[in-house]
Write a protein that binds this ligand. Structure first.
Ligand SMILES: CC(C)(COP(=O)(O)OP(=O)(O)OC[C@H]1O[C@@H](n2cnc3c(N)ncnc32)[C@H](O)[C@@H]1OP(=O)(O)O)[C@@H](O)C(=O)NCCC(=O)NCCS
Length: 389
């Protein structure tokens, strides 16, 4: 019999990390590693499944916030450390953990990164945002014109102090972006300082600091030098372009590699668009609408005739019902639905990455008035998070 408990004890937190990492075929944390992992445990947010006294499964959430279309920033749970001990899989342990977690989450929306694509749809998570790998041929990369602001390099200590605050100030405008919790910074900066080669540069424009990027340059076995951009956030187009001018003009770099949103306009940045290679595209954001009425009211909508959407939610039946979505907002109604869909697919469409027409073409949803629904949920920029957890 699986028993789900909330953990609030140091030894259990460490056991939680160990069970999760073993499920991912990784060793448990060493003492040093535990020092940077411990800050990611927050009160009441780590759950574990037990068989008697043995911990057999884990999940956790970090308190964060999420940008939704229209720019509102809503409380958000970032779900992580999901794992079930290999000798207990396929017996419903994850299902029990997910049920308990969803019914007790303090936030109206949750997102996660999935190790495999078939796990989370059944729990109401939809694929809501993607990313791509972009490579720039640095030897031929020319960006016409000069910088409008200034780029300065930070030492590691200053970067550690400044970046968390700067991220909150500049990195919360695009749908899908999330605020980062203290434990995220502890792990991320440690991972980077282990490599001892991470450089941080900050951009300032007329209103002060408005963007940053962190990168490492390494040499491949064929002596090609690769600049890997690890973190890149900006508040406005000038900061984005100036930081790219800095990157493109860096000496002794053959190739620049970055994980980026699907629609950042690289093709138009460089004099020769063929220096840009847009490579593989992957799923990034899996989004769960925990409180559908609240989340539908949190975002804005485009111009179109109103559409009534019926939502079905197996795990959180309070979300079941019909919602009328119009340019003025969304409300629960008792009306005939134009479109019927499960909650995971509303999650997939929520940030604007996927359209209702695409879901219907793939026979994932049924309904009419798809073009109106597409226009209501349309967004000017593709969602992208850029924060791995
Ligand atoms: C993924 C994992 C957590 C699933 O745990 P579990 O306890 O076996 O899951 P459950 O028994 O509750 O399975 C629920 C359903 O999901 C399905 N499912 C679970 N994991 C799946 C997977 N990796 N691929 C496809 N289907 C999966 C089960 O078949 C079951 O389907 P059913 O309801 O139709 O019978 C577990 O296999 C694991 O720890 N894997 C390695 C670590 C990992 O990938 N963690 C996720 C990090 S994002």
């Amino acid at each position: 019999m699986t028993d789900i408990r909330v953990l609030n004890d140091e030894a259990q937190f460490r056991a939680h990390t160990t069970v999760f990492r073993r499920a991912m075929h990784m060793p448990g944390p060493s003492d040093d590693d535990w020092k940077v992992t411990r800050p990611s445990y927050e009160p009441d947010r780590a759950l574990a499944a037990f068989d008697g006294d043995e911990m057999i499964g884990t999940t956790q959430s970090y308190g964060s916030s999420l940008v939704v279309p229209g720019g509102a920033v809503v409380p958000h749970s970032a779900i992580s450390r999901v794992g079930v001990r290999a000798d207990y899989t396929r017996r419903g342990v994850l299902t029990a953990l997910m049920r308990e977690q969803l019914s007790t989450l303090p936030d109206p929306v949750a997102t996660l990164r999935a190790s495999e694509g078939r796990i989370y749809g059944r729990f109401g998570y939809g694929l809501a945002g993607r990313w791509r790998v972009v490579e720039i041929d640095a030897r031929r990369a020319v960006i016409p014109g000069e910088m409008t602001g200034r780029v300065r390099m930070l030492d590691q200590d200053t970067a550690d102090k400044l970046l968390p605050e700067l991220h909150e100030a500049v990195g919360l405008w695009r749908p899908g972006q999330i605020s980062r919790w203290p434990g995220w910074w502890a792990r991320s900066r440690d991972r980077e300082s282990n490599a001892k080669n991470t450089v941080t540069v900050v951009h300032s424009g007329s209103d002060g600091d408005d963007g940053f990027l962190t990168y490492q340059v390494t040499e491949d076995k064929d002596f090609k030098r690769r600049m890997s951009i690890e973190d890149f956030e900006w508040a406005n187009d000038d900061a984005w372009r100036d930081l790219w001018i800095y990157a493109a003009r860096l000496d002794l770099v053959d190739l620049i590699e970055i994980d980026a949103a699907l629609d950042d306009p690289f093709w138009w940045l460089f004099e020769d668009p063929r220096v840009v290679r847009s490579k593989d595209v992957y799923d990034e954001i899996w989004l769960r609408l925990v409180d559908v009425p609240r989340m539908l009211s949190a975002r804005t909508y485009g111009a179109a005739e109103p559409v009534v959407i019926e939502i079905r939610d197996r795990l959180l039946p309070a979300n079941d019902g019909c919602y009328r979505v119009s340019p003025d907002g969304a409300e629960r109604v008792d009306e005939q639905a134009d479109i019927t869909m499960p909650v995971d697919l509303l999650g997939a469409a929520y940030l604007g990455d996927t359209t209702f027409s695409q879901l219907a073409a793939a026979k994932r949803i049924e309904g009419t008035r798809l073009a109106d629904a597409d226009a209501l949920f349309a967004v000017p920029r593709k969602p992208y998070c850029g924060t791995f957890f």
